[in-house]
Structures are given as C-alpha cells and as structure tokens.
Design a protein around this ligand. Structure first.
Ligand SMILES: [Zn+2]
Length: 487
C-alpha cells in the first residue's frame, strides 16, 4: 500500500515539475524524497575531459583484473630467471633415482646407504594386481548389465589404470563399444546406459551424465570399491592411446618412473586437472614420451614411424574413427627394427628426470613447436594452425586435437613456474644437512616441497573457463568476478 502511495506521489511530482525520469535517476533521488529534488541545480557539460578522455582508456589486466597495468606486464605472468645449475655428485643423482622408484611405490635398492627397504604407500604407489582385479570386476558387472540392452556390446578399461601410469586411487575409464550394432547416436546410447546405471543405486552413487564434454560421459562412483568411474561410448581412440602408452612403458622401465615422478609433482602442485583449466595427466605423459624420444641417444623409439619393412608404407595404416592408429607393437622384434646408432641411453632415472626438467625449461621452443610423439622431426605450430600462447601438445592419433587447448595463460605460467622451481630443486645438491639413511622421507618432502615449487606464494589457480571468460572480459574491458565461471 505504501509503495502504491509513493508511486502516485512521484507521478504527480513529475507532471508538475516536468522532470524526466532520467534526471531523477542521475540525481539518485529516491522516490519518497522526490519532491525535495531541485531541478535547476542539475547541469552537465558534455565535454570529453569531463569523461576523462584526456587520460585515455584505463588499463585493465585481463589476468589479475587490476587497473594498474595491461596483461603483457602482469606480474602473475612473470617467471623467475633460470639460474645455471651447478654440477652435482653421483650420490645426489642416486638419491634422485631412488626417489623416482619410491614415488612409484616399488622396492627401492638404496645404493647410497647399501640397504634395501621396501616402501609401502597405500595411496601413492602404482596399482597392484588387487587394484586391477577390483577394476576388472566393475567392468565385468557393467558388461553383464549392458548386454541386456545391447547383446553384442563390449566393455573395456582405458586411461591411467590400464596405460601403465596409474596410481592406486586412479579412476576407472570405461569404454563401451557398440560398433555397427545400432544406428542410434552415441548420446542416445549413453542416455540408455545412464538409466541402466541409475537403476542400480546399491551398486553406484553420485551418478551424473556429462553431456557438454568433448566426449560425453557418465560419471559415477562404485559403492563396493569406492572407485570413480567415467564411462564413454564408442570412443575407440581412447583404447588405442591406452595401448600405445602401455607399449611405451613396456620398452623401458624408466618411462614409468619418469611418468610417475611427473604425475606426483603435478599432483602436489595441483596443476593436473584439465577440467580445472590445467593439463590432463594424459597430456603430461605425452610430454614425458616426447622427451624420451628426443633425448640423444633416445630412450624410446617413435613407434608410429617403425615398421618391419620400411619400404612398405601401406603396412603402416590401421583405420579407427577416421584416424590412423597404427603403431609398431611387436616388442620382441623391436631391437631389429629400431637401431640406436649412438648406442643405448644409459642415464639413470634420476639423471633423466633432471634432463626432463631442463628440456622443458631451457630447450623446448614453445612459440615455434608442438609436442608430438608421432614423429621425430620437429612439428611446427604453423603446420597445425595452433597459435595458442601456452604449450601445444598433439594427440598421437586424433591429430586435430591440441591436448592443451583448454589451458589458460595464467595456469600455463603456474606450470612453467613449477618446472623452473623443480629444475633448481632437483638439480642442486641439498646442503641443508648431511643425508643419513633414515632421511629418505625428509628428502622426498624436501624435493617435493609445495611452498618451494610454487615459490612460497601460491598463486591462485585460474579456474575460469578461458574460452567463455576471456573474450567477454576483453569485449567489456571490465572486471568479471571469476566465481561466475567456476564449474
Ligand atoms: Zn595483472
């Protein structure tokens, strides 16, 4: 009632005084005080300087949103200078090598103390037979359930649990293949499978259908083993790249050791989740394999370029989902087709780890090249048309997919910072104390000290979806609260 009375009062005032509602707004006259408004006092000269034009457009940084600088000068995109690494003792390299094994949770022969210790880390080490069995049980269960609807379907495990780089807490990526059995679209099939899983509340919880991903998935958690399950349909490429990575790990044990070291580093610094705008562990593993192929002499061959008969290129084609998924997998005969002219690479895991950090901080040309594991020759960005300002990583089979396409510049700076800090930490001998045999825990904490790796001032992860947030901000030239973009 009071509101209506105010409105009538205001209307009659406007009529009497011929005040426009714009005036009213500009002068912030509240409706119940409107009659006190003095119209004659309102005047504005439409000169450019009254709008601050002589100062030019105020700079707004699109990274930290401060108005004191532009993006190219942003302190959040600045990185510490690389300092020359001193030479280190054999003992220090042995310590790093032992940490490489320890991160995998395998038996470690600690040469520098001549003592054999078996380390057990319940959550941190590589998957055991028992862990694989649990995942296989889930696969068998899903196979039986889905067969009721699609009798000829096949259910497969993919991703880190099966590619040789899985941790005990790794989730289970499931791939359901139904090729040529139905005309239905993948999303329709996925919806049907979603309903089947939903009808089993005692078996799965937190069931969710993620439609807007590059590959739509069903996400749920298995109640019995507490394992997160990501299920996709007809994503045969996922099976092929799982097999490719697994094959690389079978060529040389140092491949897994470096992979686990990187995954551990990434986990500690929280920079390994593509859904949060950083990089997936699959992308990081591609970086490891690329490095091991490029180092001289190489640790790994390029399996996609090898063939029993190099003159017969037709043998090197295996079609799958419009991609060529051929790679050399006859490992017993690998020594015959892959000849290392300079002899085998004899560096230890510790030496390779430090070289890996040096390669991605000192040598790799991010502006010019793409990380690829499909060819030895440098792959240049212009060939792909990928000009993102971070890193570019080519999927080995889906050649149009840049595995870093969701990475923001801010998160890329954070990843580079971690690499720079890790290079210095691992590449400089610890002089803090004389290392005793009981110090292995301490050394691991020292090397993977999150505060040091993130420069003691952890910068906030940019969780915005770059593709929607950035153009909007640059168009508007204003600060948009990042919380509106957080998933
Ligand atoms: Zn800034």
């Amino acid at each position: 009632m009071q509101q209506i009375r105010n409105a009538i009062q205001l209307d009659s005032y406007l009529l009497k005084e011929s005040v426009t509602s714009t005036d009213l707004l500009l002068n912030k006259v509240s409706s119940n005080k409107a009659p006190l408004f003095n119209h004659s006092g309102f005047f504005y000269d439409m000169k450019a300087e009254n709008f601050g034009a002589e100062k030019g457009t105020p700079p707004v940084c699109l990274v930290c949103y401060k108005s004191t600088h532009v993006k190219s000068d942003c302190p959040e995109l600045s990185l510490p200078k690389l300092i020359d690494l001193p030479s280190v003792s054999k003992n220090w390299i042995n310590i790093i090598s032992n940490i490489c094994g320890r991160v995998m949770g395998i038996c470690v022969d600690i040469h520098f103390i001549f003592f054999l210790i078996v380390f057990m880390f319940p959550d941190q080490c590589k998957l055991s037979e028992e862990d694989i069995e649990k995942r296989d049980k889930i696969l068998n269960y899903l196979q039986k359930e889905f067969e009721k609807c699609y009798p000829l379907c096949s259910v497969h495990g993919s991703g880190s649990a099966y590619n040789g780089f899985g941790f005990r807490q790794s989730d289970l990526d499931v791939c359901v293949l139904l090729k040529d059995q139905t005309e239905e679209l993948n999303i329709i099939i996925l919806e049907k499978l979603f309903r089947i899983i939903q009808s089993e509340p005692q078996k799965f919880r937190d069931i969710e259908l993620v439609r807007d991903a590059r590959v739509p998935i069903i996400r749920c958690i298995d109640n019995q083993f507490n394992i997160e399950v990501d299920l996709s349909v007809n994503n045969a490429l996922a099976l092929e790249n799982t097999r490719l990575l697994k094959t690389y790990t079978e060529i040389d044990s140092r491949v897994s050791q470096l992979g686990y070291m990187l995954k551990h580093l990434v986990k500690i610094c929280d920079i390994g989740d593509a859904s949060k705008g950083t990089l997936s562990s699959y992308a990081y593993i591609n970086m490891v394999i690329h490095f091991l192929q490029q180092i001289q002499p190489p640790v790994l061959p390029i399996l996609q370029q090898l063939n029993d008969d190099p003159s017969n290129k037709n043998d090197m084609i295996r079609q799958c989902m419009e991609s060529n998924v051929y790679f050399y997998d006859n490992l017993p005969k690998l020594g015959e087709v892959w000849v290392n002219k300079n002899g085998p690479n004899t560096l230890t895991a510790g030496e390779l780890w430090i070289e890996f950090l040096r390669y991605y901080t000192e040598q790799f040309d991010y502006e010019k090249n793409v990380v690829t594991i499909r060819q030895f020759e440098p792959l240049e960005r212009y060939e792909k048309g990928w000009f993102n300002k971070t890193i570019a990583i080519e999927d080995p089979f889906n050649l149009t997919h840049n595995l870093a396409d969701k990475l923001s510049q801010k998160n890329w700076t954070l990843i580079r910072l971690v690499f720079i800090q890790a290079r210095q930490r691992f590449g400089t001998e610890c002089k803090d104390r004389v290392i005793q045999d009981s110090d292995i825990d301490w050394i691991q904490d020292y090397l993977f000290d999150r505060n040091v790796l993130l420069l003691e001032n952890p910068r906030k992860l940019d969780k915005t979806n770059r593709q929607t947030a950035e153009p909007l901000q640059s168009l508007m030239g204003i600060r948009v609260d990042p919380k509106y973009y957080q998933s």
